[in-house]
Write a new protein. Structure first.
Length: 311
């Protein structure tokens, strides 16, 4: 997949360093999330959420009514955006939208100097690389679950435990969904993820800093580069899930989401990853698998957009 999208890079991240025109509360030093938080990060500079992103957030929120869902924006969000269709996010009592300023957010963490020296300001794949850094940073600071905004959550994560990630195939561990506790094991893994970024960052290769980073860290942590041997006992209590739980449809088969299908055909799945980097341009046909997932697991957002969902 990572070669397929090599020519579709996004570098404009000037919004990350703008302080004005922001109508969201800021995550500052007084912020402390509720226990077992779920995090989303939007590192684009578009200043709003689209229907697919809001579907991901709603699906996480209604699947976990006892958890708070935090949606952090790296750039400003305008008043008009918040008063538009995005206002539906405020109908979920456990969803919070907020702004993060990267310099402040990384203060007093292992990645502080990496941020201060301007590495992320002078990078290819600025949106993707910033997302890679912030997901690991949020989990280091607070613990909890991080999710990409192109997923649909179909089942609560409670039975999975607190420390998990999943393979996307037999060669790579994906970083689109990660859960870490905020004490011993999870804290160690989160620190290792940040350390890997600092020491082996490649500005021109976002996959190296995301899926590549977690795969390298867990190869060392589990003492094997054979993903089939990454058992919970071998990985010091950390769970590396099989693809069927978080990536039931491989990116090579991504068109299945846009063809006739039924969620019931994937009984083991806790979420579906829609591979938006490769599918964002596709219309969501009626009776397709993605259509049915949206109807069932993000019904409010689906109803709001109806025929325009996914566009």
């Amino acid at each position: 997949m990572y070669e397929l999208i090599h020519n579709n890079k996004s570098d404009n991240i000037s919004c990350h360093y703008i302080d004005g025109d922001d109508y969201l509360p800021t995550v500052d030093g007084t912020f402390s999330p509720a226990q077992y938080p779920i995090f989303f990060h939007d590192t684009s500079c578009k200043g709003y959420l689209n229907s697919r992103q809001m579907c991901a957030i709603e699906s996480a929120a209604i699947s976990h009514p006892e958890r708070n869902v935090y949606v952090f924006f790296s750039g400003p969000v305008s008043k008009s955006a918040l008063l538009g269709k995005m206002s539906i996010m405020y109908s979920f009592s456990n969803v919070m939208l907020a702004r993060v300023h990267i310099d402040e957010y990384s203060a007093n963490t292992p990645i502080q100097f990496f941020i201060e020296n301007g590495t992320l300001k002078n990078t290819s794949w600025g949106i993707e690389n910033t997302s890679n850094v912030l997901r690991f940073l949020s989990l280091y600071k607070w613990g909890g679950v991080y999710l990409d905004t192109d997923v649909v959550v179909v089942k609560p994560f409670d039975l999975l435990g607190e420390n998990w990630i999943a393979k996307e195939d037999m060669f790579t561990i994906n970083s689109a969904a990660i859960s870490l506790d905020n004490y011993t094991l999870g804290r160690k893994v989160a620190n290792d993820f940040l350390d890997e970024i600092v020491k082996h960052y490649k500005s021109d290769n976002w996959a190296h800093n995301g899926p590549g980073a977690v795969t390298r860290v867990l190869t060392r942590f589990c003492g094997t580069d054979d993903l089939s041997k990454m058992t919970k006992s071998k990985c010091q209590g950390f769970t590396v899930l099989e693809p069927k739980y978080l990536y039931p449809i491989h990116y090579n088969d991504r068109m299945r989401y846009f063809q006739h299908g039924n969620p019931e055909n994937y009984p083991d799945a806790y979420l579906h990853h829609i591979w938006n980097r490769l599918t964002h341009h596709l219309k969501v046909p009626k009776h397709s698998l993605y259509f049915k997932l949206a109807q069932k697991y993000c019904p409010s957002v689906y109803k709001l957009y109806n025929e325009e969902f996914g566009l």
